[in-house]
Design a protein around this ligand. Structure first.
Ligand code: ADP
Length: 259
């Protein structure tokens, strides 16, 4: 369970990115966070693994309070249960897919094994299973930079699964992919959420993709949560309230004439 209780975030330069956020996300939810650029979406998800720290209120993630006392070894252990997927994939291009995924296992390995790159059968099995979950097992021994964008995002997702997380945070995971590939990657998220009961919180630039895949939508406007409910409840009027304007082509991945 992730529990935001009146959480606020003011950056050191004085920017108030989030105000009075009170939301609860139970284990296994699939949440899309939507809103205009600069609304505070990224800040919201980055608070969950303490990439940023709340400046007011109380944030609790699986019984751990995320504040200045969470540091060092305890912070590293806390972060191991939270995977992160970025728009830019963040893979090591010149090494193989499986080695990229195995990187997620290093935290659980002994010091010598990790520096010698001796991963062991068990870790390899975990890595291969993760690749299988995202349907690219056959790419395991190919260099990561030889894959398409969509395949690279799937490797990034497999790397996150291999970490055995409770939560996956995804910052605009499909914004740089073409619509067909984006759908495939979102289906992977959907399957992982369902099969492994991993909580998924994704910032979504494209409203149609958010509504199609997430069960729950959190709408943010100027740092305030202005909507929190099932995606089935989101209508045009609500979107206007979240975005403060009519939707534009930019906000939608599949334009009507492409469907
Ligand atoms: P979104 O993800 O919705 O685009 P962000 O969470 O990135 O929004 O940003 C929310 C607000 O906080 C914006 O005004 C942004 O400029 C500001 N902001 C984000 N990161 C920082 C930072 N590290 N330092 C100062 N201001 C920031």
């Amino acid at each position: 369970m992730i529990d935001f209780n009146k959480v606020g975030k003011i950056y050191p330069n004085g920017t108030e990115a989030l105000r009075d956020v009170t939301i609860q996300i139970p284990q296994g939810d699939f949440v899309a966070v939507i809103g205009l650029s600069g609304a505070g979406k990224s800040t919201l998800i980055k608070l969950v693994n303490k990439m940023h720290e709340p400046t007011s209120g109380v944030l609790t993630v699986n019984d751990t309070v995320v504040d200045s006392t969470l540091k060092g070894k305890t912070l590293r252990r806390f972060r191991r249960k939270i995977g992160m997927v970025f728009q830019s994939f963040n893979l090591i291009g010149r090494t193989t897919v499986i080695k990229n995924v195995l990187a997620a296992r290093v935290a659980d390995m002994g010091f010598f094994s990790s520096i010698l790159g001796i991963y062991g059968t068990e870790n390899k099995k975990i890595a291969l299973e993760a690749l299988n979950q995202v349907g690219i097992l056959e790419k395991a021994y190919i260099r990561a930079d030889q894959l398409s964008g969509g395949q690279q995002q799937r490797v990034a997702l497999a790397r996150t699964i291999a970490q055995n997380p409770d939560i996956i945070l995804a910052d605009e995971p499909v914004a740089s992919l073409d619509p067909i590939t984006a759908n495939q990657v979102m289906k992977d998220f959907e399957r992982i959420n369902k099969n492994l009961n991993i909580t998924v919180i994704a910032n979504m630039h494209h409203v149609d993709m958010a509504l199609k895949y997430a069960k729950r939508v959190i709408g943010i406007r100027e740092g305030l949560v202005v909507f929190d409910g099932p995606s089935s409840q989101v209508n045009e009027e609500l979107l206007k309230e979240i975005y403060g304007r009519e939707l534009s082509d930019e906000d939608i991945m599949f334009k009507p004439d492409e469907e």
